[in-house]
Design a protein around this ligand. Sequence first.
Ligand code: SRM
Ligand code: SF4
Length: 516
Amino acid sequence: MTSTVPATSLNKFEKLKAEKDGLAVKAELEHFAQIGWEAMDETDRDHRLKWMGVFFRPVTPGKFMMRLRLPCGIITSTQMRVLAEVVQRYGDDGNADITTRQNLQLRGIRIEDVPDIFRRLEAADLTSIQSGMDNVRNITGSPVAGIDADELMDTRELIRQVQDLITNKGQGNPTFSNLPRKFNIAIAGCRDNSVHAEINDIAFVPAYKDGNLGFNVLVGGFFSGKRCEAAIPLNVWVAPDQVVALCEAILIIYRDHGLRANRQKARLMWLIDEWGVEKLRSAVETQMGQTLSSEAEKDEILWEKRDHIGVYGQKQPGLNYVGLHVPIGRLFAADMFDLARLAEVYGSSEIRLTVEQNVILPNVPNSRLESLLQEPLLAKFSVKPAPLLRSLVSCTGSQFCNFALIETKNRALALISELEAELDTPKHVRIHWTGCPNSCGQPQVADIGLMGTKVRKDGKTVEGVDIYMGGKVGKDAVLGTCVTKGIPCSDLKPVLRDLLMQHFSAKPRQQVVVGS
Ligand code: SRM
Ligand code: SF4
């Protein structure tokens, strides 16, 4: 790795990576389990463990979070059951959250259980490796890849290959374990940009060139507390068999030349700012040892984004996928066991997750649909949720995240159910909550985005939000911008009510007058 930063001025994170690679803790897990979290070296515990996907939670000390990797959001019923057994052990403290990258995070994990959990994950062909800190995050794809009646390309295998490259088939790969910062990759094979291509460091979007189907490549999209940018074209079209090599080339370039002095200015887009996209493009060609085609004139993202909630026929005649709405993405052990059972009884033992934090059960035969729709779990995870609840997304917030400036998930649910009771909203409104400017809940892609902040009210500091609007997803995606700052959460309901009535044709529900 070439670094232009003198060792003395390395920031805290560059120093800790230089001292000891994050993956080194893999060999020490048994030792950590024996000594317990309080005796662990703090840098190992608070930072390096994230290379294993294990996150110390200062909000709940001793109860760690484990972030998996589920390429394209696909998980089998057997795997789901293994994860359910893990969180079940922790009773009320244990649960799992579906994330905005089609992934699962488990909560309540104790360090003494980690070696055993890893053995179980490995036996179930699951991994959590390199899912945090300066590594590539879960690789997203269409949640209906391979079953979508209108898909252009089934990208499941490609996504798996990219994950295998980055993680060395789940064993951990030191080649990519010291990037300047986190890194996001998405590979779309559908027409509706279901992956939010625009907010990934590398995004592949389907496009035809000379009659061949491949991908136009976008680069540099990211959100951070300091800056948010949509991805820009690399002016490259690749055939499917070039995707893995292109990811490898960009990651090597980013590893070796990405900016490392200031973590606030380390994402790929900052390097593109410094180099220009043309220089990045030619560095990629040099790294790959081949000349790349220029981008196709247009891509094939032609549709509005779908949320996949409901029942849809698949490309396979007689089969359906059923999208279940999971309020704010939260699952408990009983839900996970039940989802595994439903996938086995009615489908093909497979479960898919979406970036809207919901679940899809694929491969349900026509003849089994009616019985599936009668299952008790579908009263909780509905195929027909109310219009505001349906598109609600929320990051973790202060319940578990120490960056949070506000509580998000529980507040989001409570507020939506009040608004739903008061308003009749004719269409879905995508409301995204995020607990701080890091934007994990993607408020900039929402119709209405709510970003946690602190505000003054009646002489006190209280929880509040900045409001974002104008986010457009799917075809010609556009990031929303901040329209109002500093609304105390306690004053938010009337503000949202007005926005919903003014911009989304919501109408007050008829008041039922109780006769005298
Ligand atoms: Fe995130 C850091 C949760 C998607 C931008 N994110 C964190 C941490 C790890 C902070 C921490 O240690 O507490 C949060 C863990 C809280 C917890 O206990 O759950 C956290 N991020 C999440 C999740 C779980 C939100 C959710 O509820 O779905 C998402 C996990 C995705 C996954 O499966 O890997 C999640 N985070 C995102 C996204 C959305 C996306 O990828 O589409 C973003 C914006 C896109 C991007 O990264 O460009 C995002 N997270 C951040 C950032 C700002 C990055 C930056 O460049 O500054 C941080 C802070 C950091 O990395 O320093 C962060
Ligand atoms: Fe935590 Fe902030 Fe990300 Fe929410 S947006 S999960 S509060 S870091």
